[in-house]
Each structure stands twice: as C-alpha cells, then as structure tokens.
Design a protein around this ligand. Structure first.
Ligand code: IFM
Length: 417
C-alpha cells in the first residue's frame, strides 16, 4: 500500500466530534437515561449505564483547552434538548448558560462550533407523547430549533439536526420519515436566526453484494442501498419521500431544506440475499485487515469490532454527493491499537482527498471521537484520540492526537508505504 503526500485545501476543516449523552454524564431528563436504569430487556442484554460518562458537564472548560491545544479547527457536539427543556415548556437557564459558555469558549479559541441539535437522545416528556412515532410531535422539535437558533445562531458554525436516522429497519419506516421531516422543518426554523449551514449526520451505509454477479445479491444490495441511503438523498433532492412499505409522499418543503450533506462512515456492509437479515460476514479481501481489537465478553463491544478498513466505501458514498458541500460528521477507529487508529485516519482522509480531486466539495472532517466515551451501553470500546480514565476522569492524549495535531498544522498527509 502506498500513499503519496496529499495536501488539503486551505478552507478544509480538521476537527473531531462527540455527543452529549456519551460524554457529559448525569443526563437525567432524557429517555435514554431512564431506559438505562429501568428497561429490563436492556439490562438483560448486559448493557451498562452512562453514569458520569466523562464528566464533561463539569470539565468542559479544560476539555475546550485540550481541544484547542490539539489544534482542532472544528468541534461537533450536541446540546441536549432534555437539559435545555427538562419539562415541556420549561427552560433550564443554568443549563443554557453552561452551553453558551462552552460555545463562547470554543469561538474564543478559534474552534468552529458544529452543533448537533439531537444526537439520539430525547427529553422524557417528548417520548411520553410518542416521540417521532407521532408526526404531530415534529412541531415540538421545530419550536426547539427556533429557540436554538435564537440562542446560539450568532455563534454556530454549522447545524446538524439529527444523527443517523436513515438506516433503521423497514418496520420503523414511519418514524424514519418523521425524522426526515423533522430535519427539514428544523433546518427551516433555524434559517431566520443563523447563516450557518444546516445538515444532518447520515449514517453512511456502504453496501456491496457478496457475489458480484449474482442477480439476487445485486438486487438485495440495491434494495438495502435505497432503504438506508438513497431514500433520504432522493427526498432532499426532489421533495419526494419514497420509503419501502409506505405510500410515497410529495413534500415540496423538504427539497433542499438542508444546505450541506453530513456523512458518518465507519465500514462497509456485505449483502447476501440468502440470509434472513441480508448482512453477510466480510469475505476475505485485499483490504487491509486489522485484529479484532476489543476484548471478548462484552457483547456491544464485539458487535463494534472491525475486521477491516474499507476507505473505498467512503469514497463511493462521497462521489454520490457532488451537488452540495459535504462535511464528514463522523469517522473513527474503535480499539486500543493507536497505530492502527492513525492508519485508519490516513486511509480515510486519503479517500476524502480523492473525492475532492474528483469534484466533491468536501469542506471538513470530524474524527469520531475526541475522547473515549460511553458507547451506548458500554465503556469498553475506545474510539477516542484522548484516553479517559473513567474512575478519575483524567484525560491523556494518545499518540494519534499528536499525530493529528501535526497533520492539521501541515495540512498534508505524509507518504505512507
Ligand atoms: O458512538 C456512535 C455515535 O453516537 C453515532 N455514530 C456511531 C458511533 C460509533 O458507534
């Protein structure tokens, strides 16, 4: 494998990303927190609770300093709706001031704040009303976006309305469609208050047929691609919402409601039409293989283990997004082998560079994730560039954090052989 020196355009942003529930701790008014403590099925599946997470709620000042010292130009993070509005119609001013201080500190350190309005977690009161199962509840999110625009619109560099709603099961079609409409209505509500671009973080679900010439595998791959990716791109491009299992709908206001494409990407998915859930194991491939890099015994962690790095999947997803600017809202390596983390970033940034060369207007890259965090049920898999001791909350940058800082200064990926 070889990689020539690749230079990124001056306007390209190098940054990192987090989500409130995964780092703040004590996010007690959200449904996720409630479920962590009361959902018996979740407990039976061996999932843990977020607790204090990284205690970022209290340590945010030192975290901003750390992110600045590591040279990041952009920082994607979420402002938790359930902290801002813990009960319907009641705002928590102290929580608002703490987030405002975070954003002001980022701006003071010349780090662009990319604000996620909802990263999976919802206020309990919103879920009690049915959440996104009920189309009428989108109005609550729209109202919240208007409030967010009025309170953070002067400083936000970008808005990510929702995270990875695109790829849920067919049975959740109605809910997925309501998420899509919420992204569109939320983006339109932010517009009067903010010049910053709006987007959502698309869970980049790169799919390939197991047997390249098998008609069933090919058809199943097309189907997977539509129900996970293309239905959303098509909706934002045309206003037509076409999701399997639901009659199509025309919503002119959805067309071009967002300004940029946001894209999360981790790995490829192999489709086998002869399996009930269509997902096949990775075939032996020439792609660079990495070790199973999480300890056995933690089911969630095992599920995240990566068999390979597949940057071509990122390139392919980017090449489908030539019509708007793009920001990579997440891309990251899970595991303790920090040398492999550097290799993962190198390979994926090389794919980003190639996409730019081929005409995609990619404006930035946010590594997932700034610091080790709570991975929705477990602290075992570590994605961070900064190691976190979950007992003492001590932060220790890994070698990859310093490597990334040097890359940001040089703006050139060094040659790799
Ligand atoms: O940690 C998650 C994040 O919340 C959403 N995207 C995938 C990440 C890694 O699993």
């Amino acid at each position: 494998m070889s990689l020539n020196a690749l230079t990124f355009p001056d306007h390209f942003l190098f940054g990192s990303a987090t989500a409130g529930h995964q780092i703040e701790g004590d996010n007690i008014h959200c449904q996720e927190w409630y479920d962590e403590h009361h959902d018996e099925r979740r407990k039976a599946a061996g999932k843990g609770v977020s607790g204090k997470a990284c205690n970022h709620w209290e340590l945010y000042r030192q975290d901003v300093d750390l992110i600045a010292d590591l040279g990041h130009q952009a920082y994607r993070f979420s402002i938790e709706w359930s902290r801002i509005e813990p009960a319907e119609g009641q705002r928590d001013d102290a929580a608002y001031r703490r987030y405002r201080d975070l954003v002001e500190r980022l701006v003071a350190r010349k780090i662009q704040p990319w604000i996620t309005v909802c990263h999976y977690t919802h206020p309990q009161w919103f879920q009690a009303k049915g959440g996104y199962a009920e189309e009428r509840n989108i109005a609550d999110f729209e109202r919240h976006c208007d409030w967010m625009g009025r309170h953070f619109g002067d400083l936000a560099a970008g808005w990510i309305l929702h995270n990875e709603f695109n790829s849920g099961p067919i049975s959740a079609a109605r809910r997925k469609i309501n998420y899509l409409k919420a992204v569109a209505r939320g983006a339109l509500a932010l517009k009067p208050h903010s010049k910053a671009p709006t987007t959502y973080a698309h869970g980049g679900h790169y799919v390939e047929p197991l047997r390249k010439t098998d008609p069933l595998d090919r058809a199943a791959t097309e189907w997977e691609d539509w129900r996970t990716n293309e239905w959303v791109l098509h909706a934002f491009r045309t206003g037509e919402i076409v999701h399997p299992g639901v009659d199509a709908e025309n919503c002119a206001w959805v067309k071009d409601a967002i300004d940029w494409w946001g894209l999360n990407y981790y790995r490829r998915h192999i489709v086998d039409a002869r399996r009930a859930n269509l997902h096949a194991p990775y075939p032996a491939s020439s792609a660079r293989r990495v070790l199973h890099n999480v300890p056995p015994g933690d089911r969630k962690a095992e599920h995240l283990a990566v068999d390979e790095m597949y940057p071509d999947g990122l390139l392919s997803l980017l090449l489908r997004r030539k019509d708007k600017p793009v920001i990579i809202t997440e891309n990251g390596y899970v595991g303790d082998d920090d040398t492999e983390r550097i290799r993962y970033i190198q390979l994926h940034l090389a794919a980003v560079h190639e996409a730019i060369r081929q005409g995609v207007d990619v404006r930035g890259y946010c590594y997932w994730t700034t610091m080790d965090n709570f991975e929705w049920g477990t602290f075992v898999p570590r994605f961070g560039m900064v190691h976190v001791d979950f007992e003492t909350f001590q932060r220790t940058p890994k070698p990859s954090a310093y490597w990334y800082r040097d890359l940001i200064q040089r703006r050139t990926l060094e040659a790799m052989t």
